[in-house]
Design a binder for this molecule. Structure first.
Ligand code: G4P
Length: 191
């Protein structure tokens, strides 16, 4: 998606060979115009999948997931990483390990908001190893819902996430695919 790639080229900061900082439009300050366009683009790519629900994980997944849900006219559910005061009953729980942060979270969603009839579109901001996406897919599958696809804002294609998810049978659509972050430069996969 050209608008996103331009934004990454203009404002992304390469922190290391593996980490890209995009705090100015995705992970801290957010660009609502770009978010709306990304939501429309995800909706376009998954238009044939009869999506009934969008599923993401707090916090940075919520904005692109919300605009996608709006474009598809379906509800958004976000999984929580922290225990909620009010969300205590009938929880679906999955452990999600982050290789980037070396942390493990119990990720939860209430059973009330997912059903076996749902066709779920998983949305996340970054794809590295794929653990967050796998965790969300497992949550949907625990209730017997169908995972119709996985939409990623920024895929680090030099890491194994896409390969792992595709090998497991999921359809992955990424709006920007990064080939490398060598020498402080962002290089995109040619598409
Ligand atoms: P994975 O899901 O593909 O396995 O990724 P991983 O666990 O390694 O990533 C953990 C967290 O780090 C996620 O955010 C993910 O979005 C973020 N992340 C991974 N690589 C990058 C990167 O190159 N740049 C940036 N900016 N973030 C990256 P999180 O902990 O869920 O944070 P948030 O959603 O609360 O902001």
């Amino acid at each position: 998606m050209k608008m996103l790639k331009d934004k990454i080229s203009q404002e992304g900061i390469v922190l290391s060979e593996t980490v890209l900082k995009v705090d100015s439009f995705l992970n801290h300050q957010m660009d609502p115009v770009l978010m709306m366009e990304m939501g429309k683009e995800f909706a376009r790519r998954f238009a044939d999948q009869n999506i009934t629900k969008v599923l993401t994980i707090e916090s940075s997944g919520i904005a692109p997931a919300l605009t996608t849900a709006l474009a598809l006219q379906v509800p958004l559910v976000f999984a929580r990483k922290q225990k909620s005061l009010t969300l205590t009953e009938d929880l679906i729980v999955e452990k999600v390990h982050s290789f980037t942060k070396q942390t493990t979270n119990d990720v939860t969603v209430s059973r009330k908001y997912l059903s076996p009839d749902d066709h779920v579109l998983v949305i996340d901001d970054f794809l590295a190893v794929g653990e967050a996406s796998f965790g969300l897919a497992r949550i949907a599958e625990q209730v017997g819902a169908t995972v119709a696809g996985i939409g990623i804002v920024i895929e680090k294609s030099f890491q194994p996430g896409r390969g792992n998810l595709v090998e497991a049978g999921y359809r992955v659509e990424s709006l920007a695919r990064i080939k490398s972050l060598h020498n402080g430069q962002v290089q995109f996969v040619e598409e």
